[in-house]
Design a protein around this ligand. Structure first.
Ligand code: ADP
Ligand code: MG
Length: 248
């Protein structure tokens, strides 16, 4: 049975239609995404795979509103987000989306705890942050416990292992209680065992905290543990053989 049947009556959390994106080198157009359709349903953990250079990061950046498509549309909970003004995108990214990257992007001069608190400081504004500081700090500590970093609150990123840095980055990504987590190669810089641990953490957040996750990876073993895999090929989502047969 196709997993899509199960979601037929549910509105996608995020959907992309006919997305196009090219880069230009000199005046030569390099089409990266030619026509991408994608639906992500509430509660799913999907992986996006494809060869290096197939446009996985490009797609994730468009979905996260970090960049704009040349054509097509993106909807979040039914509303267009690809054409939002910068202020609207900031709110979306701060309140509804969490992001995790291959190289963690922690601020080196801040402790683990301070890194996790950064989004609420930015999102709520410094004054309102200080008014509720104790609550936010308590929440950050809870999350750091959830990701297994209670013993590293005052460490700076350079004093952490790769796996620990990614755990801190994941705690930071979820402190604002996003509806969607977008992760670009979250295990890409980690050894296999540590990568598996990070994946297990993401799976737990997905299952127990109902966090919808889109994870880009070039690692087929990691991708296979998602609910569903979407493969980019030649600028489009490749239709799985089973589905193509089913539709015929
Ligand atoms: P992936 O994440 O699947 O490895 P990317 O989305 O990073 O692929 O890149 C897709 C293609 O677009 C690659 O050929 C890459 O060189 C090119 N590309 C990505 N970003 C830029 C950019 N800012 N300017 C020009 N070309 C880019
Ligand atoms: Mg990439």
């Amino acid at each position: 049975m196709l997993t899509t049947d199960r979601y037929a009556a549910v509105m996608p959390l995020l959907s992309a239609r006919a997305l196009r994106k090219s880069y230009f080198k000199a005046r030569l157009e390099i089409p990266v995404l030619k026509h991408v359709d994608l639906d992500v349903f509430p509660g799913e953990l999907i992986s996006i795979v494809g060869q290096s250079g197939s446009g996985k990061s490009t797609l994730l950046h468009l979905l996260a509103t970090l960049d704009r498509p040349d054509g097509g549309e993106i909807r979040f909970e039914g509303n267009r987000i690809d054409n939002l003004a910068p202020a609207g995108r900031d709110i979306l990214r701060n309140r509804y989306f969490g992001m995790v990257f291959q190289f963690y992007h922690l601020l080196p001069e801040l402790t683990t705890l301070e890194n996790v608190l950064m989004p609420v400081m930015i999102g709520r504004g410094v004054l309102s942050y200080y008014a509720s500081r104790r609550r936010y700090v308590a929440r950050a500590k809870e999350l750091l416990e959830l990701v297994g970093l209670s013993h590293r609150l005052k460490h700076r990123p350079r004093e952490l292992s790769g796996g620990e840095m990614q755990r801190a980055a994941i705690a930071r990504a979820i402190i604002a209680e996003p509806k969607l987590l977008l992760a670009d190669e979250p295990t890409g810089n980690l050894d296999r065992g540590t990568g598996e641990e990070i994946l297990e953490l993401l799976r737990n957040l997905n299952a127990r905290h109902n966090l919808t996750i889109i994870m880009v990876t070039h690692d087929n073993a990691i991708a296979a543990e998602a609910d569903r895999t979407v493969r980019l090929f030649e600028g489009r989502v490749e239709v799985p053989v089973a589905m193509a047969v089913d539709a015929a």
